[in-house]
Each structure stands twice: as C-alpha cells, then as structure tokens.
Design a protein around this ligand. Structure first.
Ligand code: FE2
Length: 333
C-alpha cells in the first residue's frame, strides 16, 4: 500500500513481550504489533478478534488533561498518563477504553523530535518504499452490535464533546438483504470523523452483523485514507497486489447521469473499479479493499474528496451488492 517502515520496538530495544513496526506514509502512522509471549494483552486481543485495530490514537496537546477530563466525563482508563523519554526528547501518553476492546491513546509529543515515540528506534529496514499517494486518515469506522450505535455516539458526545455530523438510517441504506444505520461523529473542527454503524433487519444477514459475528464485539471495520489522485493511487496499489472489492460494470452505465460531470475518465474509473458519489458541495471518489485477512472483518478504503463531505450514500447500494456477493460466497448471507 506504499507504507515506509520508519521505527521499531522489540527485543533489541529492550521490549520483551511484544514487537512493533511503525509504518508511515505522509501523515498516516500505522503501528503493527505482535506478541512475543503467550497470554499477553496483544495475544489475547488477536485470539478473540483476529487481526484488528486495538488502538485509534489521537494526537493531543496535553495527554494528562485529555485523560483526566475523559475520566471525569465517565470514560474508563486504559493507561494512566505516562511520561516517556529518550535522547530525542520526551512525550506523554495515556489511554481510555472505548467500544469493544478498542482503546484511544492520547499522544502528546510536541517536545519530541524522533521518528515516532521514545522507546522506538528509527529503522527503515533497508527498504525504500514508493508512496502510493496516501495523505491522511479521512475517517475510522466503528461497527457496533444491534442497539449499541446510539450509546456509543452518546459516549463520544459526552466524553469528547463531539457532535453528530451526518447520518443514514435503514430506509436509506438497504439492499435486498443488508441494512444498516450509521451516525458520523465529528470533533469541533470536523477534522476527526468516526462513523458508528449498527446492523438493521433485512431479508438476510446484515454485513455489519457478519462483522460482529467474526470480531465478537464492537470494533473498527475500516480505515479510510485520502489521496489527491485516486486513479494513480489505486493503479499503483493494484500493481502491488492489493485486492479491492469488485464493482459491477453496470454501475458505470449511467454514472454521469447520476453524479453529473466529473473530471475523471469514466472508462478508467470502471477499469479500476472506483466508485463516485455526489452531494450538494461536490463529489468524491472511493474504493474498498477486500478484508485484510481471511476473517471477514477489517478492511481499508481509499478516498479522494472533490468538495463532497459526505459518506457515499449513493454508493452504498452498489457497494453492498458487491459485499453481499462476497458474503454469499462465504456462506454467511
Ligand atoms: Fe468509509
């Protein structure tokens, strides 16, 4: 996907129970962690959920204040504020629990100049990876068991002071089989967005219910990463072997009737399987990967926004039909 290894923590750096690799692309940092012993926090997470997102970390100016305020507003602590240091400076980290076994780490590192955080050593492992043009995380989606969407949104409203930015209900998003409800929570300046989903009743099993069945609790369904040139990004990723959800050719038959004029060549979008949606402010292009592992849980999205701030309501039908074809092949529809 074009991520460059930049930092490492493990036995060689004095960490005994786990190993972590930090992958970077522009403003996106992914930390990939495996246990080095049995019965560890990380090992238990993998045993229950499979590979997944344990921690959605937020950069803050004051990790102690963020943690304290969150606890005062009803959140549970996952890690007390902890000052960490090395030769490149100091940082403070703390964490709270959120839905399922997921946590939010608060990272304060305004006084740190190293490649990631104290305790990690800079290391590119001799790899020089070509970026695919991903820039930042556009949104992170949390799937919840039926009935938990509103309480989770209330948690973000009460603890972080976030607001409801956008929502859809099962009347909007509903194919013959799948139905879901979704509310997008956003912070004040709407830079941080987390859509929260729950399954709704359809003729057969909702894709959100399939996720819950395999993840066992609420959890992160996908990370959407933005690009300034989705055609180039998706072309590179496909050449690198990334598998995307197939889009039916018929999706492109009346595309410009539905979305109006677009700058991209429709044939090129069809060859790459890129979806397009429009709202009153502009349009956006998006595509979804296959799940990252055989367990049908976590996947990625690549998105390019051209004015549109919304979440592809018009694409849900095409997307769901594609997901449902895969769900049917797994015997889970
Ligand atoms: Fe998304």
């Amino acid at each position: 996907m074009g991520f460059q290894p930049v930092a490492y923590r493990g036995l060689e750096t004095g960490t005994r129970d786990r190993v972590s690799y930090v992958l970077n692309q522009d403003r996106i940092n992914l930390v990939i962690t495996s246990p080095l012993e049995k019965n560890t926090e990380i090992g238990k997470h993998i045993d229950r959920h499979g590979d997944g997102v344990k921690d959605v970390a937020f950069r803050v100016n004051d990790a102690e204040a963020a943690w304290k305020t969150s606890l005062e507003r009803g959140a549970k602590s996952a890690m007390e504020p902890n000052e960490i240091k090395d030769d490149d400076g100091e940082a403070v980290v703390s964490a709270i629990e959120t839905f399922g076994d997921t946590i939010h780490t608060f990272v304060e590192r305004n006084n740190y100049i190293g490649s990631f955080l104290p305790g990690f050593e800079s290391n590119d492992f001799g790899l020089k990876v070509d970026s695919t043009g991903l820039v930042h995380i556009d949104h992170v989606v949390g799937n919840q068991p039926d009935g938990d969407m509103q309480p989770v949104c209330d948690f973000y409203e009460k603890v972080f002071g976030w607001h409801r930015f956008w929502s859809v209900d099962d009347k909007d998003i509903n194919t013959e089989y799948s139905a879901l409800r979704s509310i997008v929570m956003a912070n004040d300046n709407e830079v941080v967005k987390m859509p929260i989903n729950e399954p709704a009743d359809g003729l057969k099993k909702s894709q959100i219910q399939e996720f819950i069945d395999y993840y066992e609790t609420g959890g992160v369904q996908h990370l959407a990463m933005s690009t300034r040139d989705i055609i180039s990004t998706v072309r590179m990723m496909r050449e690198n072997g990334v598998d995307f959800l197939p889009t039916p050719r018929t999706y492109y038959d009346n595309l410009t009737d539905r979305v109006g004029p677009i700058e991209e060549d429709v044939e090129t979008l069809a060859d790459l399987g890129i979806l397009v949606d429009v709202d009153k402010n502009g349009y956006m292009l998006q595509i979804f990967t296959q799940p990252l592992q055989d367990r049908p849980t976590l996947f990625f999205e690549v998105i390019q926004r051209k004015g549109s701030n919304s979440f592809g309501k018009g694409n849900f039908r095409a997307l769901f039909e594609s997901i449902e074809r895969e769900q049917e092949r797994r015997g889970n529809l």
